[in-house]
Design a protein around this ligand. Structure first.
Ligand SMILES: Nc1ncnc2c1ncn2[C@@H]1O[C@H](COP(=O)(O)OP(=O)(O)OP(=O)(O)O)[C@@H](O)[C@H]1O
Length: 258
């Protein structure tokens, strides 16, 4: 009898992950790795399960009544769906930015300081440092450093989205989940967010849902093509966009459907 091969797990990956709304299986047994310092793009036609899959990665689906999950999401050898997971700590490790910028009705400063304060950081100097470094990492510091006490809602849409990214960064996540983060932005702001994603991947892993094929091609290292809840193709972005294995991927990328 042979010796069983040890299971080598990426430090962040899904394994046979299915997600249901009631009895409807919106995500069907998907296994995907998310490597360090990589951007992974999730693409596919509307309703194919991209956002459902993305939200499950930091258990945002817990908040949707009737949603259940089967399979595993491994982070550093621990299944985040296991009983007893501290979901607040998990969301500190795995941050999320939504499609529509959603700053709090607070000052720019307080938007960023909120998370660190919640996690127990006290003292003006420590908070000042986190606010500055988070805004710098989100390429927003120079634009807002003289008006930190102004309302975040006075910022432009593109600035608000970078503020939301800075807010996510303020608690030092290892992973950032982005759900169409630039779809509500003008081309200049979109360009800034894309530049930022490329810079941030030097420090973190990023998983992004996007409907914009050029954007996926520009910023991601790996691309996963979803269709009707299943993973049809996953490969290096260059390969998926130049020579996909699957005809359906090819047609979607060429804009023939979706
Ligand atoms: N809260 C919910 N309750 C019930 N069904 C849902 C819920 N959210 C999503 N679904 C269903 O699950 C499927 C996947 O939806 P999801 O939003 O994940 O797809 P998507 O690929 O992100 O779509 P889009 O690109 O349009 O945002 C769809 O059939 C959708 O109708």
């Amino acid at each position: 009898m042979g010796i069983a091969e040890p299971v080598v797990r990426e430090s962040f990956q899904t394994e046979d992950l299915s997600i249901f709304y009631g009895t409807y299986e919106a995500v069907k047994g998907i296994s995907l790795p998310f490597g360090q310092n990589t951007v992974t793009a999730l693409i596919g036609p509307s309703g194919c399960g991209k956002s459902t899959f993305l939200r499950s990665l930091n258990r945002m689906n817990d908040d949707i009544s009737g949603s259940t999950t089967k399979g595993s999401i491994w982070i550093d050898g621990v299944d985040i769906n296991a009983h007893g997971t501290d979901v607040i700590k998990l969301r500190q490790k795995i941050g999320m930015v939504w499609q529509k910028p959603n700053p709090f009705y607070k000052s720019i400063y307080d938007n960023i300081a909120f998370g660190p304060k919640y996690h127990g950081i006290k003292g003006k100097q420590a908070l000042d440092e986190i606010v500055e470094s988070s805004l710098r990492r989100a390429a927003l510091w120079d634009e807002v450093k003289d008006r930190l006490k102004d309302s975040a809602l006075a910022l432009s849409g593109g600035q608000q989205q970078r503020l939301c990214i800075a807010r996510a960064l303020s608690v030092n996540p290892q992973i950032l989940l982005l759900d169409e983060p630039a779809s509500a932005l003008d081309p200049v702001s979109t360009g800034k967010v894309e530049e930022l994603i490329k810079e941030l991947k030097e420090e973190l892993r990023i998983v992004i849902v996007t409907h914009n094929m050029q954007q996926a091609a520009r910023i991601s290292d790996f691309t996963a093509y979803f269709y009707l809840g299943s993973l049809v193709e996953y490969d290096k972005t260059e390969k998926v966009f130049s020579n996909p294995e699957n005809q359906m991927t090819q047609e979607y990328i060429m804009g023939r459907f979706g």
